[in-house]
Design a protein around this ligand. Structure first.
Ligand code: PMV
Length: 302
């Protein structure tokens, strides 16, 4: 049996602005999806959603991965088991992680010789097929790990402090929120474009702070980024409650991560404040997850 894993991600800067070509900074987090594969007589896919054969309803990503991998090798039978620490549909890149880890696991099992760059490209293709549209960010970060500037694909230094995630548990549709921002921009281009430009500029300023480990400056800009996301209409009462709970309990910074509307916030915290920040988030009734940046992208575990 072969096991491969791939990480989820948070946006430190730049979601929504990245849709219009501005820069964003994304950070792989140490919440992983593990995919176990072994040779078998038939195709079986097992996850917390159940056990299926090729099934585009229940296991769309893995089904598409198996279909795609038939271009590189003949897969008559394989048993695939998925275990994930990444909550589904909350903007933390769960679909990218399962896609990337599955590609790598089959790549290893059938010796297809695909390189990281190929895996990231195939992963993005599959996300597009399943979702209709998808940015290459999640699949790229999940493949490469670390901290990455998008669209430049530039690796920055690691973030070396705790990352606390607060999950509203409220479903958020990336497609709908991206469309809402597009509409607002269409109506008030002279107001919204400078905000998106400012978010993109923030990523460039932050690049230097990330590379110097200046968390205080990173934090100030993340807080500004949150305000601008709120300004373009992707915030909400639940998200703001979590952001202020985190900041008021000692977080360095807190902002929406991902599409907004629901989903998650990301807070940076010094080691001494981790528990207080997580507790403050939990006290609002939301889920808190404590994690860190990981340099390990997709990898063979055993
Ligand atoms: O919530 P997520 O992980 O789907 O992130 C969405 C990020 C956006 O910039 C809003 C859209 C995109 O495709 O980049």
């Amino acid at each position: 049996m072969i096991t491969c894993s791939a990480p989820g991600k948070v946006y430190l800067f730049g979601e929504h602005a990245v849709v219009y070509g501005y820069s964003a900074i994304c950070c792989a987090i140490d919440l992983r999806t593990r995919v176990h594969v072994e040779h078998s007589d038939s195709i079986m896919i097992e996850s917390s959603l159940g056990m299926t054969r090729l099934d585009l309803e229940i296991h769309p990503y893995v089904t598409k991965v198996i279909e795609k991998m038939q271009e590189f090798t003949e897969i008559r039978g394989v048993k695939i088991k998925i275990e994930s620490e990444i909550p589904v549909g909350s903007g933390l890149g769960s679909s990218a992680a399962v896609t990337i880890a599955s590609i790598q696991a089959l790549n290893e099992l059938f010796s297809c010789n695909l390189k990281s760059e190929d895996i990231a490209i195939i992963g993005h293709e599959i996300e597009k097929q399943v979702q209709g549209s998808a940015s290459p960010t999640d699949t790229y970060v999940s493949t490469m790990g670390g901290v990455v500037m998008i669209p430049e694909r530039k690796k920055l230094n690691s973030i070396d402090c705790a990352i606390v995630i607060g999950n509203t548990g409220k479903f958020s549709s990336t497609k709908k929120l991206v469309a809402n921002v597009g509409e607002l921009r269409g109506e008030f281009p002279n107001i919204i474009d400078p905000i998106l430009t400012s978010i993109g500029d923030m990523s460039h300023n932050a690049e230097i702070f990330v590379n110097h480990g200046d968390y205080s400056s990173i934090g100030k800009l993340m807080n500004v980024n949150h305000g601008l996301l709120d300004a373009i209409g992707v915030g909400g009462a639940e998200l703001s409650e979590l952001v202020y709970a985190a900041r008021n309990s000692g977080a360095i910074s807190a902002k929406i991560t991902g599409a907004g509307g629901g989903g998650c916030i990301v807070a940076l915290a010094n080691d001494t404040d981790i528990e207080n920040v997580a507790k403050a988030i939990r006290n609002t009734g939301a889920e808190a997850m404590i994690t860190r940046n990981t340099d390990k992208g997709v990898r063979l575990e055993s």
